[in-house]
Ligand binder design. Structure first.
Ligand SMILES: [Zn+2]
Length: 414
């Protein structure tokens, strides 16, 4: 009986063998939704360089792979994507497509979007003439269409090699109905970092931004190795994958609002925040502080909490004596209650100056070598404070932290 059951299972697997790749395992990442975009309405996308990016919801990610195809690594990437039943956009180089047309067809047949990354991937797009750029752009489209044998199979999406943009090239692309794709998030997989670091940067940066178009390269083995980790981590963190396709005669654009395309939404919760209360109000008149201002005066009038006045130093113990317990540096209790509920003196301007406590001893030129604590001038104090102000930092639950500024680009290596 058991043998019969095993045989039937084997038969079932053989019968369905050809469709295994199309079957999604339980819990696969999948594709949360497919959005249809019209390049004529949104010519440039990608928060790293433009004011618009794809209209993603929070925790939605678009996967993109550049520079391929390379059969070995592109094939590995395709297998990983298929194992999670998810889809990506491949920005391919024309001469790579000419060399490996079968791989271009495979990427397309597995349901991914084929897009253009120029004919030969020159790193001169930012300074070449429009006719030169046009030759690269049209050459790339021609090679991809030839590999697929179907002009409509290539999306009118173009990513400039190295992201080396210039206005004239973008205008050419827009005039020809081609959407220029920059990126929202990079994982630096073109630099000398390993697969684990690629995965960490990809996930932590998506986590920090909350969503985005992720740039990877399917020509690197380490990227292919990192991809399963990236997808597993995104799945565990509740991210969803969005597939992007262009409009067609039978495929209307996804309904969106202009606000959804905004790449740079002012973030809330950052520090410092300026709270405007009333612009018409004149300069405020501060009152003189009283002991109550510092929480000294108890309503009952019987207790005193703390004092801001430094206490006396403890006398050193005599030889053989047990030293008294250390005195807490702050706050120190002050057992002498204020004599009356009177007011403190009005603070003077110098009360708010910065004291340069680390300044070295200054020799008195008039004679003695007396060491002084030197207070810096207000100008110096302010300048030193400003220059030492740390950059805002965001913490990453994936380990480590970084400044909130976007990662530095190495344009000639993209
Ligand atoms: Zn590239």
């Amino acid at each position: 009986m058991r043998a019969i059951l095993a045989a039937s299972l084997l038969m079932a697997s053989l019968v369905h063998g050809g469709a295994v790749a199309a079957e999604c395992p339980p819990g696969a990442l999948g594709v949360a939704r497919t959005i249809v975009v019209d390049p004529r309405e949104h010519a440039r996308i990608g928060a790293m360089q433009y004011n618009e990016t794809l209209p993603l919801n929070d925790r939605e990610v678009v996967l993109t792979f550049d520079d391929g195809p390379v059969p070995r690594h592109t094939g590995s990437v395709l297998e990983t994507l298929a194992s999670e039943c998810t889809k990506a956009t491949f920005f391919m180089v024309g001469q790579m497509a000419n060399a490996y047309p079968a791989m271009v067809r495979r990427v397309h047949d597995e349901g991914h979007t084929i897009a253009n990354h120029s004919q030969t991937h020159p790193f001169t797009f930012s300074r070449m003439s429009v006719p030169q750029a046009a030759a690269q752009i049209e050459g790339g489209f021609a090679s991809l269409r030839a590999a697929l044998g179907d002009p409509d199979a290539v999306a009118p999406f173009f990513r400039i090699p190295g992201l080396l943009r210039q206005d004239s090239v973008e205008q050419y692309l827009a005039a020809h109905g081609v959407m220029t794709w920059s990126v929202d998030v990079v994982a630096d997989d073109w630099t000398h970092i390993n697969a684990a670091e690629i995965a960490r940067r990809a996930v932590s940066r998506l986590e920090a931004r909350g969503k985005g178009v992720l740039l990877l390269h399917d020509i690197h083995e380490k990227t292919a190795v990192a991809l399963p980790v990236i997808l597993q981590e995104l799945k565990a963190r509740g991210f969803k994958i969005v597939h992007v396709v262009p409009t067609a005669a039978d495929r209307p654009k996804t309904a969106t609002t202009p606000e959804q395309w905004a790449a740079h939404v002012p973030e809330r919760g950052l520090w410092p925040r300026v709270v405007v209360t009333d612009m018409a109000t004149s300069a405020p008149a501060l009152t003189v502080p009283s002991p109550a201002s510092f929480g000294v005066a108890d309503p009952s009038g019987l207790a005193v909490a703390v004092s801001l006045v430094p206490g006396f130093d403890q006398a050193p113990p005599h030889p053989g004596e047990v030293p008294p317990p250390p005195v807490a540096p702050w706050p120190r209790p002050n057992y002498s209650a204020p004599t009356a509920a009177g007011s403190f003196a009005v603070p003077a301007a110098q009360n708010f100056q910065y004291a340069h406590v680390f300044a070295g001893p200054r020799r008195d030129t008039t004679g003695g070598a007396e060491r002084k604590r030197v207070a810096s001038s207000p100008a110096n104090g302010v300048r030193a404070k400003a220059s030492n102000r740390p950059a805002p930092r965001v913490t990453s639950p994936f380990g480590g932290s970084r400044t909130a500024s976007p990662p530095r680009l190495f344009g000639h290596q993209l």
